[in-house]
Design a protein around this ligand. Sequence first.
Ligand code: BEZ
Ligand code: FE
Length: 298
Amino acid sequence: MTAHLNTESPVGGLFEEERSAEIVNARITADADPRLREVMSVLTRHLHAAIKEIEPTHEEWFKAIEFLTQTGHMCTDWRQEYILLSDVLGVTMLVDAINHRRPSGATPNTILGPFYVADAPHYENGANICLDGKGEPTLVSGRVLDTHGNPIAGATLDIWQTNDDGFYDVQQKGLQPEYNLRGLFTTDADGFYAFRTVKPRHYPVPADGPVGKLLGQLGRHPNRAAHMHFIVTAPGYDQVITHIFTPDCPYLHEDTVFGVKKELIAEFTTQDDAATAQRYDLQVPYLAVNWDFVLNPA
Ligand code: BEZ
Ligand code: FE
């Protein structure tokens, strides 16, 4: 006598192409963490929908698996290829936008990137963070304000950028002075800050791994629009992780990680004011950027 098999299981049933995502998601048990359930069931639904649209061959699917494997192998304590993948797919900026919706007038966030180093030297206002003497001297100054225009005294600005060759100090250990183009500054009683640096230039994200290869295969360049990084912090205010972009960079409208926001494009003006030049030990003419940061209450 043939056994009667019940194919209608309470956990979604046997695999069917039509209902594939629903069947997989039905396996999640009632005691699973609700947020994990939501995340995994949405991801499963979209992944199955993508596979149904793409209809990959086995070889193509294996290429995708190999790409993810190589991306994992590229990761070290220092190099995070998955974050780079998230960056070039615009996902890092999207997650940040969702988590930092600020009122108009407040300085927006942009991408942090992998080259931030904690514990940079703390300087007096007006100090020069360019230790290798390369590049166009630039005076950056302004105020840190609240959303009503009041100055915030004691705010910290943590600043970093590449040198004029397009590399961070940590990418050229032994070649560049340690902490070249990095520094911490504190605003005075008027919320004022100032530092000397050089005009930043565009540079490529690390492109020698699977993500760089993918960019090449997609006809995409690896370049970031020229920028300076800032983390601005003050007690009682939302921390701002942001950049200032140069207005004349050829990659301004095609930053490979989608980090440019129009509110972050600064003016770099040529100045010949002898008194300011003398005060900051600059030669005339020099470049200047006047830039205020506006913090939202925490
Ligand atoms: C950066 O701006 O330092 C950066 C951001 C994303 C990927 C690589 C570098
Ligand atoms: Fe950068």
